[in-house]
Write a protein that binds this ligand. Structure first.
Ligand SMILES: [Zn+2]
Length: 260
C-alpha cells in the first residue's frame, strides 16, 4: 500500500521527531548537545530548577538555550509515585499524597525560575517518571489540566510503537517513547514506522552513556545520523515548536470546517 505523504509537518516533511532528554544530566551537556549541534539538530532538555543555587547550577544550560534547543520544565520537586521506594523505606510523600494545589504551586515555581534563566513563550513540560496523576484509589486525579494552563505541551510515556497524531493527540499528554537500552537499528525502525503513518515520535532519553535508563552513544549517533541524512522528509524539532505547529494545523482545519 502506498504511504501517505501529505505535508502535515514543517518543510513538507512526512513525519516529525522530537528528541527529549530528562533531568539535566552531565552527559547531556558533555555529549548529547555537541552531537546534536554537529548535525544541526535541536532537542528539548527537561530541567528541574530546584535548590537555592539553581541559577549557578543551571548556568551551563544558557548556551544550549541560546543555540536554539528548548529548555523544558520538569517540575521543581520531581515528585513520582512512592511505589518506587524500596520496601523497607517508606520514602518521601510521593504523588499519592500530593494535592492538586501543591502540584500547581510546584509547577508554577519551577516555571518562574526557568523564565528567569531561559525566557520564552510556550514551553513544554515532561511529567516526572511519565506519571500524570496525584492521589491514589478513590482520590486519584489527573494533573494534566494544571499542565495545560501553564505549558504549550506535556510529554508522558506511551504504548510501544505508537506515536502522536497531529490532529488527534492531547498535546498536554503526548506519548513518549522511553528509549532506554534501545539499539540504533530499533530507534531508526521506530522513526520510519512513525514517518509512514505521518505521525510525531517523541523520544525520551536519560543518559546517553549507558546506565539503567541509558542508551549507548553509538546507538544514539546512529539515530542522529539517520535524522540528519533524512531531514528533507523527517522534521526534527523541539516539542514546543511541533506542539505550536499542531495547534496551527488544527486552527486552519477549524477555519476550513467553519466556512460554508
Ligand atoms: Zn525525570
Amino acid at each position: 500500500m502506498a504511504a501517505s505523504h501529505s505535508p502535515l509537518w514543517p518543510d513538507d516533511c512526512h513525519g516529525a521527531v522530537s528528541l527529549t532528554f530528562d533531568d539535566g544530566l552531565p552527559d547531556h551537556l558533555r555529549r548529547a548537545v555537541p552531537l546534536l549541534d554537529d548535525r544541526g539538530l535541536r532537542g528539548t532538555f527537561y530541567l528541574c530548577p530546584k535548590g537555592d543555587n539553581f541559577a549557578d547550577r543551571l548556568a551551563p544550560w544558557r548556551a544550549v538555550f541560546e543555540a536554539g534547543h528548548e529548555i523544558g520544565n520538569h517540575s521543581l520537586s520531581h515528585t513520582c509515585s512512592r511505589n518506587f521506594q524500596p520496601a523497607h523505606d517508606p520514602g518521601p510523600v510521593g504523588l499519592e499524597h500530593t494535592t492538586l494545589d501543591e502540584m500547581g504551586a510546584d509547577l508554577a515555581a519551577a516555571e518562574g525560575r526557568l523564565q528567569e534563566l531561559f525566557p520564552c513563550e510556550g514551553r513544554s513540560f515532561a511529567y516526572p517518571c511519565y506519571q500524570s496523576d496525584v492521589g491514589e484509589g478513590p482520590t486519584r486525579q489527573s494533573y494534566v489540566p494544571l499542565v495545560a494552563k501553564l505549558f504549550v505541551a506535556g510529554r508522558t510515556g506511551g504504548e510501544y510503537g505508537f506515536f502522536n497524531h497531529p490532529y488527534n493527540v492531547d498535546l498536554h499528554h503526548l506519548g513518549g517513547i522511553a528509549a532506554e537500552r534501545m539499539p540504533g537499528t530499533e530507534l531508526v525502525g521506530l522513526v520510519e514506522r512513525c514517518v509512514r503513518r505521518g505521525h510525531w515520535a517523541v523520544f525520551a532519553f536519560h543518559s546517553i552513556d549507558g546506565g539503567r535508563l541509558g542508551i549507548n552513544e553509538f546507538d544514539f549517533e546512529e539515530l542522529l545520523d539517520h535524522l540528519a541524512e533524512n531531514r528533507h522528509r523527517i522534521c526534527t524539532a523541539p516539542v514546543a515548536e511541533l506542539a505550536k505547529h499542531c495547534r496551527a494545523l488544527r486552527a486552519l482545519r477549524g477555519d476550513a470546517e467553519a466556512s460554508p
